[in-house]
Design a protein around this ligand. Structure first.
Ligand SMILES: CC(C)(COP(=O)(O)OP(=O)(O)OC[C@H]1O[C@@H](n2cnc3c(N)ncnc32)[C@H](O)[C@@H]1OP(=O)(O)O)[C@@H](O)C(=O)NCCC(=O)NCCS
Length: 181
């Protein structure tokens, strides 16, 4: 059985980042993330057309957290407090002991190792605290930045790749059994 109790919300801290719950005040950054054509190039999701869409999205995400259904962090820079991206864990399965992970960064903040730092922290949280055995990420086969990120963190292409659609890869990381340091 997974340990899914997301209240109080788990704030995660790394060398450069604070991962915190989204606020309605983040609507402008969430709107940019969910409407920018470059960021959404390989993502099959409903884009935000208006600020209201972004606000509704934030409210929906936070409601899912109160139901312990998923976790969604805003990634902020600790020195400036600026929200630069998001990272989430969702589709938890008690039966299979796994969950999915998604992430995105504003274009100006890509190429600095920010997402690697965020994913490393979230991986530890998923394995050590929620006690998942596997984390999976579905991504478009042409999404090279995302492939690079996952491979740097030891995720590997799995047998689920191509199962949902020919373009969609499934990368997976399995916990070795010990808590990650
Ligand atoms: C996927 C995504 C988050 C990757 O972002 P990213 O900035 O490339 O990833 P990282 O934070 O790991 O940064 C790695 C890059 O920073 C560089 N870098 C600079 N300083 C660094 C540091 N201190 N530490 C580590 N890497 C550093 C690395 O060399 C690397 O550059 P390279 O890819 O040119 O070799 C980003 O492309 C994105 O948001 N895409 C749109 C949304 C998306 O597709 N999400 C994935 C859904 S599955």
């Amino acid at each position: 059985m997974l340990s899914k109790v997301f209240s109080p919300f788990p704030i995660l801290i790394t060398e450069r980042l604070i991962l915190r719950q989204l606020l309605v005040d983040d609507e402008q950054e969430i709107f940019t993330l969910r409407s920018d054509s470059e960021i959404n190039k390989y993502l099959d999701r409903q884009v935000s057309s208006t600020i209201e869409d972004a606000r509704n999205f934030i409210n929906q995400v936070n409601e899912n957290i109160t139901k312990n259904g998923s976790l969604y962090w805003g990634i902020t820079l600790s020195d400036t407090n600026i929200l630069v991206g998001t990272i989430c864990l969702f589709s938890f399965s008690d039966e299979n002991g796994n969950c999915e992970m998604g992430y995105e960064l504003l274009t100006n903040f890509q190429g600095q190792g920010i997402m690697k730092e965020a994913v490393q922290k979230v991986m530890k949280y998923a394995f050590n605290t929620i006690k998942v055995k596997k984390i999976e990420a579905f991504l478009h086969r042409d999404n090279q930045s995302s492939i690079n990120l996952l491979e740097r963190l030891s995720f590997r292409n799995s047998d689920k790749s191509g199962a949902v659609s020919p373009e969609l890869l499934c990368y997976r990381l399995t916990n070795s059994g010990n808590d990650l340091k």
